[in-house]
Design a protein around this ligand. Sequence first.
Ligand code: FMN
Length: 255
Amino acid sequence: MAKAFEELRNGVVLAELGGYGNGDFCLQYGRGAAVVVMGTYIIDSAEKIHYPQEFVFRPGSENYQSYLNEHIKLAKENGSKVAVSAIGSKVEDIIEFFLAAESAGADFVSLCAHSAMEMFTKQGLGYKLCMPENRENLKMWVSKIISATSKPLILKPGSVWHDYIVESVRTAADMGTPIVHANLGLAFEPQSIETIKRLSGIFDFVIAGGGITGAEDARTVLSAGAGAVSVAKTAIQDRNFIEQLSNELKSNPNS
Ligand SMILES: Cc1cc2nc3c(=O)[nH]c(=O)nc-3n(C[C@H](O)[C@H](O)[C@H](O)COP(=O)(O)O)c2cc1C
């Protein structure tokens, strides 16, 4: 595992939650997290976008720079690293957004290849970006983002995992993507554990989650090779959950 990510090891990640995951939410719900993921933000010039409006921006840094300055500062107040997740129809728009996030203090940028929104899937984006037929497009997105930005890229594929998805994300790793964030539905189930083992042989660092409700689940996922566990729904239900889980893992990561 690469040295640069050692400080995240055995940590808890507050996963992106569109409609919730702004700076204030990350501050309130992400105490104790190694990383909080803001967003996912949609950066797009489409007319009507059915998505919580706070999380939608037209392309161009003048539309979001001050928002990012304010919210990333809030998200950092509890000492967590901050990742900012984005999706849009054009890679140039996402790069401009990521650069604005970096200048506002983001520690990671995260490409959302998880979305099932039709406006993205019909263009081969969202979760379809990791389908075999879109592999060249995935390569193009990842290589352009990596060459333009300076913070480590997290790739977040969709929640359905097949061998061909693993092969697509391997391509992204080959292009230099250091971190994958895998939502595995139920991350501690045997099939998910196999996927985590494979991903840990491909990426420098694996964030894995899906259905984590306690330290036992988290330890199962970590011992399969994940560097950190991610939590979304349980964190919304209990704003102390991330801190409690993080303390439990710190006090006894292996048993
Ligand atoms: C209300 C809600 C909103 C979400 N929004 C996003 C999103 O915008 N982008 C994304 O990549 N994943 C999103 N997710 C997926 C979560 O980040 C997470 O990967 C998934 O819920 C599995 O973790 P969990 O079982 O702990 O909830 C969302 C999940 C929920 C429940």
